[in-house]
Design a protein around this ligand. Sequence first.
Ligand code: DLL
Length: 436
Amino acid sequence: MDKPFNKKIETMPRKDLKEIQLKNLKKTVKNVNDNVPFYNKKFKEFKITPDDIKTLDDIRKLPLTTKNDLRDNAPFGMMATSLENCNELHASSGTTGIPITTCYTQNDIDVWSEVMARCLSMSGLTKKDIFQNPIPYGTFTGAFGFHYGAQKVGALVIPTGKGQSERQLKLMDYYGTTFISGVASYAMRLSQVAQDMDINLKKLKVRNGLFGAEMFTPGLKKRIMDAWNMDVHDIYGLTEMCGPGVSTDCDQHDGLHLWEDHFLIECLDPKTLESVELEEEGEIVLTTLTKEGMPLLRYRTRDIAKIYDQVVCECGRTHVKHTTIKGRSDDMLIIRGTNIYPGQIESVLMKNQEVGGNWRMILTTENNVDVLKVEVESKTIMSQVESMNLEESLKNNIKSVIVFTPRIEILPPKGIPKTGLKAKRVIDERKRNEDE
Ligand code: DLL
């Protein structure tokens, strides 16, 4: 059974937790009203003052914040304190626009280390572990969050950083690494490289892994567990909150505990922006409760999940749980009139033992009709007959989930070109075809 890093807070009675939340919500609202012109203007527009926040439900009176608001005020317009009081900057990659930038005060770094230490301990990390961190150290929040948290737990951190999969595997073997972190699809890439190098992953000492940063279906999680013979946990987070460390699943592997003393979660219908019921799917909206550098009110994450209606978990933690992230609302595709999340396709693929670690969807238009092709890497090199059989079975299985029949192309292992840090699952060429 995993041990809480901070038992007092992690198992605190919910009544006390809510008191802390209300106190810190009031403080945050006053802080942004006094120090962030964007919020001060919004409060005037909404005709509210910080004194209107008397209960946690009053959060609904507050304005929502969107990624565009952050972009309009980039890079430092949303800061609640001067840069002089900050000592670290992180930013999203900015591949889809202006990078989302956030600066941390020392207290923000301390809080980040604390929540990461809780997530890592929940995934089994102890001071006895040798923790290898194969995430690029840079403006991406991933590597530093894991690094600070693992050091706080007291593990020995090996900051291997970016890529170089062969070197990562050799170092795991050489140093006897017991715990690894990373972007979810990278663990699969490593297992593929291990196969090419004739390394038996099960003979390495790695016994735990904590992964996230992108769509992470239960099917992919199980795949990684089986390939490495290790326990795998899912970690969620985003640059706008702190980076990784917002939530992680405990040993029950049934939902991710979100640290409610630092973040306040709501789940809204993305169309009406009204709250959905517990256990109903919606967009996760988060408010920071202790952030000093860039506090955010009701930030629309675009991530789709459900909040569990469960007060105390079997693990003893009292912090609320949400389901794994199903996808982003902006990832949802409408193909031939059907709403499809890439995660639905991944769930089917990962159940098939002949399927390798990588796949992607390519959408085009032919005679005004959407065409979906799913490219799938096989686990091992296949004969033509084996490949045709796999194609047929995937066609039928995917059809049963998305209603129409996709085209399937089976590619050899590593047949899909590598993308950046996070896997690129969807290539939508439909618009371009229409314009031609
Ligand atoms: O990806 C922070 C992170 C690093 C989390 C390492 C976990 C591990 P961003 O680059 O700002 O930050 O991307 C945040 O990634 O809104 C989700 O859409 C997605 N995401 C993050 N974790 C998960 C997860 C980092 N466990 C965006 N499951 C978020 C599904 C995730 N999606």
